[in-house]
Design a protein around this ligand. Sequence first.
Ligand SMILES: [Zn+2]
Ligand SMILES: [Zn+2]
Length: 302
Amino acid sequence: MPGATEESVIEFVCNVCGVKNRCAPAALSYEKPSCSQCQSSVRIRSLLRVLAQEIFGLNLALPDFPRIKSLRGLGTSDHNEYAARLAEKFDYRNTFYHREPRFDIANPPEEEFGKYDFVVSSEVLEHVPPPAEACFEKACRLLKPAGVLILTVPYSLDPATLEHFPQLYEFGLAQLAGRTVLVNRTREGEVQLFEDLRFHSGAGGATLEMREFSECDLKAKLAAAGFCEVRIYSEDYRPFGIVHDASWSLPIAARKGPFALSLDATRDVVEEWRELKLKFNAEMQTLGRSYWFRIGRKLKMF
Ligand SMILES: [Zn+2]
Ligand SMILES: [Zn+2]
């Protein structure tokens, strides 16, 4: 049958490490590693594609990003595989809640406000103690006026967010009859016991799920926090091996204001573009429709 063999194998370039991959479509799951080189999953590749789209308006792979050291980014528990590469391209630093370099997105230092062009928060905000609103609000305040939050969290299409422990105040995990339970003393002094906890496994070990967001509540929380534009990236992008098998828990870009590269950032791009043009002048002629050409066009450099 024509077409059947093409569908049995997907070829894609990993937009995190740049390596070519071939795999069965079924191997492209949201969380399981599918790049043979850097072990990126569909979630990680789509997260990085959202970043490229939001900054450059292009489907650029991370190794092809221009170096823009005047563009400042903040990672919260980002995977080292892409965090290290982001640090090469931008003035980006990765941080963690439980280890150094520490950063608590619910309580960032005042002097951090308004400093970032982008903040990445992937699979973090379902784990922060309530109220989650505080984190959305602080993420927005960390951004410059034209900054963007690149966000993934598991979410449902239900009408409301399911907050598992809404009255969390003084709490801890304990072992009870061989099972992990959560004990909480509410602000009013009532002691609560929660069983059937859900943990997500991540780089830092198993982390307790505090809530399951719903899509409409997420949008409402982002708007209330001060984000003026929220875009859910639901489309597939097969050249990067991004194929979504569900219509929920998709990557989100939340903009504080309309995007504009600063003068410094534009200068960085122009300079790098000029250098490359000198170095690869002949090739640049033939690569008329390459990404450099398109970035140049986008920035009205010619
Ligand atoms: Zn890769
Ligand atoms: Zn999680």
